[in-house]
Design a binder for this molecule. Structure first.
Ligand code: MG
Length: 404
């Protein structure tokens, strides 16, 4: 599967001069469990999908979106490398560094890898906090003007009790804070602290900074910036990550292409050997054309011929996934999401059934949505009409999108 690469970060231009590196720690052993979207393999939670994207990608995108962050580097486990590469595909992150036996060792490896770039500051962040906001990142960076170590903290609203046998004694909440990430540091100071205290085990980098006598500051954290630990956390994060898109729109599309000389056809993005080809300005993929029109219809944004005129030489022989990807990008530009698409291919031949799953997968890949949101069906016209006479192929499609 090709990665979904629709995210573009805005900060790339300013970044060369910023001098703040972000280090994402994703080397945790954690438990490997079946992800909720049941995509087969047992994955560490930092690679589970949240709102359709791997958890780690959320954090990477958050830092890349800040024009003040110059580099983003992740520390990963060796065996996760291919999963990691897929998770950050298309993002401008540095090649990953392999972590150590403990979180502390992993952070140190990451800092050592950044040392030759001499950033002024570093933000150290747990990959399991995907919903870190620009506001928290900004507060940590601002506070680094006057302190060597900064952590976002939150007060604890719940009553705390300590269980001891049958007794539950009250623990005063006053002065108790819970620490989040990203924690920000003067780079040279925290690298030095990690080197000096490598033999001492601490819970986080802020604690290490304190041990090393650095000047400390806190900023207000965010409840949204939760650390995904349990499946329940995941369910909560999924709700937070999925924006409210109450405005449902539906569009339809229809397309026909005539059989011509050839030995294959393209249908729904899949190349199928056939005794004829299909005639058209592009690759004549009637399925993808109908689907592109359905998406444009749902947006109320014209039709495929308007966006890709057949008089334009650029589209001669063009692969139709370009058209479909363009329509999907228009949905995203409007802040929307594709809820479901359904394509019906109408022909006597070629047989569609053997290719149906490949077609669903390919459409899902082009649209960057789950295959469960894609339907491909086929029918004949019982020998009637032009499809019955095998003169051509027709396709119709329905697309449902959600807009803000
Ligand atoms: Mg067409």
């Amino acid at each position: 599967m090709k990665p979904c690469s629709f995210h573009k970060n805005k900060g790339q231009l300013d970044r060369a001069m910023a001098g703040i590196a972000a280090l994402i720690v994703a080397a945790g052993r954690g438990e490997r469990a079946q992800s909720p979207d049941r995509e087969g393999v047992l994955l560490p939670k930092q690679y589970w999908k949240l709102g359709g994207k791997p958890v780690l990608r959320w954090a990477a995108e958050a830092f890349l979106a800040s024009s003040r962050v110059s580099h983003v580097l992740a520390v990963i486990r060796t065996e996760d490398r291919s999963t990691y590469e897929a998770a950050v595909a298309g993002l401008g992150v540095l090649p990953p560094v392999v972590g150590g036996a403990t979180r502390q060792e992993s952070v140190r490896n990451g800092l050592e890898a950044l040392a030759n770039r001499k950033p002024e500051h570093v933000l150290i962040h747990d990959a399991a906090r995907p919903l870190v906001s620009p506001a928290v990142i900004g507060r940590v960076i601002d506070a680094l003007d006057s302190a060597e170590a900064v952590a976002p903290m939150l007060e604890i609203p719940d009553t705390l009790r300590r269980k001891s046998g049958d007794a539950f004694s009250l623990v005063p909440r006053e002065g108790l804070l819970r620490a989040q990430t990203p924690q920000g540091f003067r780079f040279a100071s925290i690298l030095d602290a990690h080197r000096r205290f490598a033999a001492e085990s601490v819970t986080d980098d802020f604690a290490l900074a304190e041990r090393a006598g650095l000047s400390l500051a806190t900023v207000t954290g965010e409840a949204m910036n939760l650390k995904l630990t349990t499946v329940e956390d995941f369910a909560l994060a999924e709700r937070l990550a999925t924006p409210a898109l109450p405005d449902f729109r539906t569009g339809t599309g229809f397309d026909v292409h005539r059989f011509a000389k050839g030995d294959h056809v393209w249908l729904c993005g899949v190349k199928i050997s056939h005794e004829f080809g299909l005639e058209g300005h592009s690759d004549a993929d009637a399925g993808l054309h109908a689907l592109t029109d359905a998406l444009l219809g749902a947006l109320g944004d014209g039709d495929i011929g308007m966006h890709f005129p057949p008089t334009d030489e650029r589209w001669r022989g063009a692969p139709s996934h370009l058209f479909l990807a363009h329509a999907a990008a228009l949905v995203r530009q409007r802040g929307g999401a594709i809820a479901h698409v359904d394509v019906t291919l109408i022909c006597e031949r070629p047989k569609v059934a053997p290719h149906r799953e490949a077609m669903r997968g390919r459409i899902a890949e082009i649209l960057c949505i789950e295959a469960t949101r894609v339907s491909v069906k086929a029918t004949t016209t019982e020998g009637l009409g032009f499809t019955g006479r095998r003169e051509g192929i027709a396709a119709q499609a329905v697309a449902t999108i959600r807009l803000p």
